[in-house]
Design a protein around this ligand. Structure first.
Ligand code: HGY
Ligand code: MN
Ligand code: MN
Ligand code: MN
Length: 403
């Protein structure tokens, strides 16, 4: 069994979701804390020195020559998941990084630069709503006060949840010392699409990440009794929300290569025999051209206001996060292409910490084939042979960057 597969098998029971299926590993949950402990154990077993920085990012250092922690080659990914997500989104990159360290150690590779394996928290934004929260804090891409006040669905703030686990929320924020240590960042990730299946290749080199953002759309109407309120006397925000979901789909379809999704909707109060007083829904919109994303969202907002007026409701839209389109560092990518000449270039519609870090340091990505291309679903899969090919490709790329 390839080491990557063995490592993933080790954590296969952590955060299994019996209700949704798949895995639910929200940041700072028991499952995610268990995964952090697993990572620390595996890294220390390999002789890496592990530290947790003030933003909750784990750094496992391999620096046998005791070089100054500057210009390091960093790899890694995330361990948190979407609700009911798959086994590989995030953990494949972390397990592959550990397996790549094994290979480099077996090869007796000499390190002219330090290596670190990093684990970024809250990449999915599944608990506190902002994706890549750890790398955004590290790079200063989110105001620390706003981050501290982000609330999870139960109303718990990030500051409260972090303090409960011994972190000091007052120290959250851009960390120039941590950033100064990074020479480049190379993230391996399951592809989350069918590009490699169609190309018949196990591994690709990333070319770009679609710009993408999240907006909260709220419809407010009149909460009332489901049995005593006549149909003509209603101002039902659930009806407005339902119409808006279809309008989102239609508006995205009208723009080639746009994607827009409503994956989460919350009626308040949410009773079976209650006409909701308000409904919140979350919009995820993406496009290779950030201006098109902006125009798409503006059209959706205008449609929502029109629908609200027709339903006797009001509508409001708030941007929660946005990540501009990322084009990976050409120089770094070129060095990796020289090592992996058979690996095709592939863009992705999925966001990654490499995209956020790419605003301040050279970053690149490797993608590993997923037979059905399904992700953010329990059906996400990666063949053992492809997982191993990914770890070898990562080791080869890291070796070329480290020597
Ligand atoms: O949402 C994304 O694109 C990523 O999986 N966080
Ligand atoms: Mn994901
Ligand atoms: Mn991911
Ligand atoms: Mn009643």
């Amino acid at each position: 069994m390839p080491e990557v597969t063995r490592l993933l098998a080790d954590i296969a029971d952590v955060g299994r979701d019996a209700v949704r299926g798949g895995w639910s590993r929200p940041v700072l949950s028991t499952a995610e804390l268990d995964l952090r402990a697993w990572f620390v154990g595996e890294a220390e077993r390999r002789g890496l020195d592990v530290e947790t920085d003030r933003n909750g990012i784990l750094w496992a250092w391999w620096n046998p020559a005791g070089l100054p922690l500057r210009d390091a080659v960093v790899t890694g990914s995330h361990l948190d998941s979407v609700p009911g997500g798959g086994e590989f989104d995030g953990p494949l990159g972390v397990a592959s990084a550990l397996a790549a360290v094994d290979l480099l150690q077996q090869r007796g590779s000499s390190l002219a630069r330090p290596l670190a394996v990093a684990v970024f928290p809250e990449e999915e934004g599944s608990r506190f709503g902002v994706a890549c929260l750890g790398s955004r804090l590290l790079t200063g891409a989110i105001d620390p006060d706003r981050a501290r006040g982000l609330r999870d669905p139960e109303g718990v703030t990030l500051a409260e949840a972090a303090a409960a686990q011994g972190f000091d929320p007052s120290s959250f924020g851009r960390d120039d010392e941590a950033l100064a240590r990074i020479g480049c960042f190379l993230e391996l990730h399951v592809e989350q699409g069918r590009g490699l299946v169609d190309l018949g290749q196990p591994v690709a080199i990333g070319s770009s990440i679609l710009g993408h953002g999240r907006w909260r759309l709220t419809f407010a109407g009149q909460g009332n009794h489901a049995g005593t309120t006549l149909m003509d006397d209603r101002r039902d925000p659930m009806v407005a929300a339902a119409r808006a979901v279809v309008a989102v789909r239609d508006a995205a379809r009208a723009r080639p290569d746009a994607r827009a999704t409503v994956g989460r909707l919350r009626p308040v109060p949410g009773g079976t025999n209650v006409i909701a007083s308000r409904v919140e829904l979350w919009l995820d919109a993406r496009h290779p051209d950030d201006a098109v994303t902006t125009a798409l969202v503006a059209e959706i907002e205008q449609l929502a206001r029109q629908i609200a007026a027709e339903e006797g409701c009001t509508a409001s839209l708030v941007e929660e996060s946005f990540s501009v389109t990322t084009v990976f560092d050409e120089g770094l990518r070129g060095r990796i292409e020289a090592v992996l000449p058979n690996a095709p270039l592939l863009g992705t519609g999925a966001g990654h910490d490499a995209g956020v870090l790419g605003t301040v340091v050279p970053t690149a990505m490797l993608f590993v084939r997923s037979p059905d291309g399904i992700s953010h679903s329990p059906e996400e899969s990666v063949e053992d042979a492809d997982a191993e090919a990914g770890a070898v490709a990562l080791a080869d790329a890291l070796e070329s960057l480290l020597t």
